[in-house]
Design a protein around this ligand. Structure first.
Ligand SMILES: [Zn+2]
Length: 377
């Protein structure tokens, strides 16, 4: 094609058509590919946090699969992390527990795509219309997701989005607010707000740690969540609520009315337990206040809990702007009530459901319900 003649010749059209599928294949195999029997995973986080740009994992063996199949629900995540740590390339000087949830999800997707038969995944989900029922009466829906068609966003692209987000914020600021922002951010190395431009400031912004939030004049430093945080939250919540749950579960319920009342009570306690688990794991991402670190996780949790709802809302809202990794919306339609909802796949899919389970024993030992562990907290 020349500039004078923008119409493609038949040969050029043919060449482009032949080129296209190749490019597509090259793209897929850039993300996950097999090398010497291991799946290589190129992470969208590109080595910016605690793990390198890529890791290699070998397939689960029979012992691992048995292990997952017979794990108690509350031990499953820990068992998976243990197994992945064992099966990753030996020269990788990092731990699966230090992955951010986005990286962990990409790991399990890569394992699934490389080593399991078929790309179609049956995703169990619960519609709101079932939420008031007891867990043995709830009907679980299933949606088939083709895992090979999922879209990903690299962190450099997510950087561009966060720059846009900041630019919009800056544009609404008055001169006074702009000076206030700069004075807060550059407290230690002040800049001149009359000459320092918004474009200059946007240049400095990329997704990285720590995230600093100024609360009542103090600097709170956070990092992104790690899988170890999720595990800690889960353990603390089980410790705190298992006694209470056992007491209710062991109550005798001679009539259907009493059974319903007990089931409702159980659901409430489980909800409370899950909220506590999320809160505790979120608290683990608090690193320091005014540069002073914590002596224990318990202290970290207490300080985090004392942050006002508004400040926490701002922080969580801010973190939600970090959109790297799996980036796909799915539409779930409930066959029971007919309602449709759109959800982000990253928040919807649980890593645990991507595990291989021994299908013979699956029905007997486990119920096929959505796991209580979610990522993207
Ligand atoms: Zn429904």
């Amino acid at each position: 094609m020349t500039q004078d003649n923008p119409i493609l010749s038949p040969d050029e059209v043919k060449e482009i058509r032949q080129r296209r599928p190749e490019r597509k294949i090259a793209h897929t195999s850039d993300k996950y590919f097999n090398r010497g029997g291991k799946v290589v995973i190129n992470y969208e986080s590109m080595g910016r946090f605690s793990i390198p740009e890529n890791l290699y994992f070998k397939d689960y063996d029979i012992e691992d699969i048995n292990n997952f199949t017979f794990s108690r629900q509350e031990d499953l995540l820990e068992n998976v992390m243990f197994t992945l740590n064992k099966s990753k390339n030996e020269d990788a000087n990092c731990s699966v527990g230090d992955m951010v949830p986005e990286e962990f999800l990409e790991t399990l997707l890569g394992m699934n795509l490389q080593f399991s038969n078929g790309k179609e995944h049956k995703h169990p989900w619960l519609c709101e219309c079932q939420s008031s029922k007891s867990s043995d009466e709830q009907q679980i829906n299933e949606m088939v997701i083709d895992l090979s068609t999922i879209n990903y966003t690299p962190i450099v692209e997510a950087d561009r989005l966060i720059k846009e987000y900041f630019m919009k914020e800056f544009e609404t600021m008055t001169e006074e607010e702009w000076a206030g922002y700069l004075n807060t951010k550059y407290k230690d190395n002040p800049v001149d707000p009359t000459t320092f431009t918004k474009e200059q400031e946007v240049e400095t912004i990329i997704i990285k740690e720590p995230i600093i939030q100024e609360i009542e004049g103090k600097r709170y430093a956070f990092r992104l969540a790690r899988m170890n945080d999720v595990l800690k939250g889960q353990k603390q919540a089980i410790k705190k609520f298992s006694g209470k749950l056992k007491t209710i579960e062991s109550q005798k319920v001679p009539t259907p009315e009493l059974k319903q009342k007990r089931d409702e009570e159980i659901n409430l306690v489980k909800e409370e337990r899950d909220k506590y688990s999320i809160l505790y794991s979120q608290a683990m991402s608090l690193l320091s206040v005014d540069g002073i670190e914590f002596k224990s996780d318990e202290e970290r949790f207490l300080v985090y809990k004392s942050i006002s709802r508004n400040d926490l809302f701002d922080l969580i809202n801010f973190r939600d702007q970090f959109k790297f990794g799996v980036n796909q919306e799915i539409e779930l339609t409930c066959p029971l009530c007919g309602k449709s909802i759109k959800r982000s796949l990253r928040q919807e899919i649980s890593s645990i459901e991507l595990l291989p389970l021994d299908s013979d024993s699956k029905g007997a030992s486990r119920n096929n319900k959505p796991a209580k562990i979610f990522i993207g907290l």
